[in-house]
Design a binder for this molecule. Sequence first.
Ligand code: URA
Length: 429
Amino acid sequence: MAESHDAVEVIHAKRDRGTLSTSQIDWMVDAYTRGVVADEQMSALAMAILLNGMDRREIADWTAAMIASGERMDFAGLSRPTADKHSTGGVGDKITLPLAPLVAACGVAVPQLSGRGLGHTGGTLDKLESIPGWRALLSNEEMLAQLEDVGAVICAAGDGLAPADKKLYALRDVTGTVEAIPLIASSIMSKKIAEGTGALVLDVKVGSGAFMKSVDTARELAEVMVALGKDAGVNTVALLTDMETPLGLTAGNAIEVAESVEVLAGGGPADVVELTVALAREMLAAAGRDDVDPADKLADGTAMDAWRRMIGAQGGDPDAALPVAKESHVVTAASDGVLTRLDALSVGIAAWRLGAGRERKEDPVQAGAGVVWHARPGDEVRAGTPLFTLLTDTPDRFDRALAALEGGYDVAPVGTAFEPAPLVIDRVG
Ligand code: URA
């Protein structure tokens, strides 16, 4: 039983730039989860943390208190090692879909507890739910059985895992306190440590479409998370990857599933393939299996076999036609030239406004909605040819989506030199 404290005293301490004791943190997180500390008190503390920060010891204590608020899973009984990947969220970021079966095909089990999207970044579960029959909710026993049998599972995190984070994340979302490094790091790592994975690869996104807009803040977040993971016995590394430009050629739900299947079939956009293989290599190395090359498993079809079994095990039909939006609108290039910029945030907001994402947690998403872009930075475009296709079931959404795309891309004169930015910016670990 945690020593009792007074919420206002704890808030004062952080407001006045003090350091919270382990006992204060344990009590605050536990009392908030039990409803003894009120939402407005936790909001005030979250804002004080956002403004004044926390040191590494405080962040570790906060993470431990969130883990202690719920259950911990244990995969030690599986016949193969486990590795998970977490992305801090981006636009067109469908990497989990090809990655989980790819890593499973290489002999490492992937327990992926994922979330639904909120705001302009898509959610993995929303994407998979566009596959007819697929279900996100599994019991712990079903999850373990699928991990042993198929080697990969992507499902919703149960209510028992870090319930303090569920409550706090919802509060941060409506109080302007999401972007605090101590709170993001503890939120992500409490769930991943409680999930019980043996190894973890973090994909920390940097750029307009990400939480972290600069490489320096992304590196700081990555360093804090890697230290939290390692201290908890999880072999953790992080890649900092570009999110100035959206990934691949699609942002939406069904259209991102289709693009992921192309990658598993040995095709797909080069950047999606590159990042999938880079993250798979990191996961395999972290799990002690760097003797297998994931690129071979994409090429020989075994990753596709694992995908089909993974989808089928959760009731999905991997051969079923995916939902298609009822309406489409094409934006064409105004002149010949070179696409030199495609802004991830603009594309993400457009896809969200078309119905691919949700405004509030309880809103439904449209499976077929989203944005397809027909060129990537560096590609030549011709006047009158399609640049974007906007997809939705509700055409009154087109105007606001078009407004989001306005100013979100540049077409420079033919012959303009273009220097592509690296996709993987740095590695922390
Ligand atoms: N994802 C999470 O799970 N938590 C955060 O705080 C931010 C992103």
